[in-house]
Design a protein around this ligand. Structure first.
Ligand SMILES: C[S@@+](CC[C@H](N)C(=O)[O-])C[C@H]1O[C@@H](n2cnc3c(N)ncnc32)[C@H](O)[C@@H]1O
Ligand code: SF4
Ligand code: SF4
Length: 396
């Protein structure tokens, strides 16, 4: 299985400037581990990657989604009330001004980022400030905005698709496949018409027990979409025992009540035959797709069963995220853990970002994490950020 860093050499040939920016983020992460974490433990001078969860709103309700799926809470009246807290563009501009020196790669997500009313001026402002911007979307509004996205030279767009039409729509809702594919094809046409290589386009597929049989058909269909990569994310899962261990830990060591991890106790990992999935992924990786196919996390074949069947077993150790990454939530709260925003470091409406990033709460979190066995909290076992950046455990 190929890992995420495998796209960089290919990109370096096509677009050395963009590859250099990605490499800078990668180096920041490595330096933060080797210097800031290892020598100091608490403060960090590096910042490689920032997530921006722009809105709690979404027009879909994908079953496994930790926010709006079966177990997610960002739905109905609660989501509507939360939406009133969404940051204005001016607040983001002030933050971006503080980031000009470090120039992290930024990843805009949500909810659905196209429902953030000032998405386009925000991306413009970030790009003018020298940030590298990727947008993760369900693709349902892509077709209508394709011309503008290509004209504005957005750097990268990740579209989520979870299977060929029928499978995808069972997970992501009726008509969602058709709309996302229309969006992908509209961007492809616009890039040809405008003679632009931007934005680089990718698909993200979250593997679960509803779609794993159908991954080859999707990968095959995706050859027509004009992609630059296709990522298979093995998925974020939890269970009641992990939630309880994490709850007790976070209360005792960080005085924090948790509510996010249980949204990933969906059961969509159950019944996945690891050997069969490995065979499917092997066929997918062997296909001549015309773009790299990447699995996150890349695992040894016999460990796929462990990934889905034994959620307590770690596959990555030493989370590096708090030393080089942060997530800005739609209300201005800053967290390290994008999918589990329980521990709030501060709020950008009240405090400059770098004071938060190296504030008392951030340092406390880093020190607790560093002191943990394997450098992970109990709830970190299938965290996506850790699957991307954590160290591979021997044998996995
Ligand atoms: C929460 S969505 C937000 C952006 C946008 N709405 C979308 O769907 O692309 C971000 C990514 O998380 C993925 N995702 C949803 N539920 C997940 C889960 N349980 N485990 C891992 N990834 C998940 C989505 O498929 C999507 O690729
Ligand atoms: S489109 Fe994205 S945010 Fe919306 S429900 Fe699906 S995964 Fe969640
Ligand atoms: S691995 Fe743990 S500490 Fe690191 S980002 Fe994920 S949840 Fe947070």
């Amino acid at each position: 299985m190929k890992t995420n860093i495998s796209v960089v050499p290919r990109l370096a040939r096509r677009d050395p400037r963009l590859a250099a920016r990605l490499l800078r983020a990668f180096v920041a992460q490595k330096k933060s581990m080797l210097v800031d974490r290892a020598l100091y433990g608490g403060p960090s001078r590096e910042l490689g990657l920032m997530y921006f969860r722009l809105t709690p709103l979404c027009n879909l309700r994908c079953v496994m989604c930790g926010q709006r799926g079966d177990k997610g809470v960002l739905k109905g009246a609660f989501a509507a009330a939360e939406a009133k807290k969404v940051l204005p563009l001016e607040a983001y501009k002030k933050l971006v001004d503080q980031l000009r020196r470090k120039k992290p790669v930024v990843y805009l997500w949500g909810g659905e980022p196209f429902l953030y009313p000032d998405l386009f001026p925000l991306v413009d402002y970030m790009m003018e400030a020298g940030l590298t911007v990727a947008v993760n979307t369900n693709g349902t509004q892509l077709a209508a905005r394709a011309e503008e996205i290509v004209k504005n030279k957005w750097h990268a767009v990740f579209v989520s698709l979870d299977g060929f039409e029928e499978t995808n729509d069972r997970i992501r809702g009726e008509g969602s496949y058709r709309r996302a594919v229309e969006g992908l094809l509209a961007v492809k046409r616009e890039k040809e018409r405008q003679g632009s290589r931007f934005p680089y386009m990718g698909i993200v597929t979250t593997v679960n027990n509803l779609n794993y049989h159908d991954l080859y058909r999707l990968a095959d269909a995706a050859r027509e979409f004009g992609l630059d990569w296709h990522i298979f994310n093995l998925g974020t899962y939890s269970n009641a025992a992990i939630v309880e261990r994490h709850r007790a830990f976070m209360k005792e060591r960080l005085d924090t009540d948790i509510s996010c991890l249980e949204a990933y106790d969906t059961g969509y990992n159950e019944g996945i035959d690891g050997r069969e999935l490995h065979g499917i992924l092997e066929r997918v990786h062997a296909m001549d797709a015309g773009h790299p196919i990447i699995t996150v996390p890349a695992l040894e074949p016999d460990k796929i069963d462990v990934y889905y069947g034994s959620l307590e077993t770690p596959v990555r150790r030493t989370c590096s995220v708090p030393w080089s990454q942060a997530n800005i939530d739609y209300n201005g709260n800053v967290h390290f853990c994008a999918d589990y925003p329980d521990y709030v470091l501060g709020n950008i409406l009240e405090t400059p970002f770098f004071e938060i990033f190296n504030g008392e709460k951030a340092i406390r979190f880093r020190r607790e994490l560093k002191a943990c066995p394997d450098g992970n909290f109990p709830g970190c076992v299938r965290c996506y950020q850790n699957m991307l950046c954590g160290k591979r455990l021997r044998g996995f």
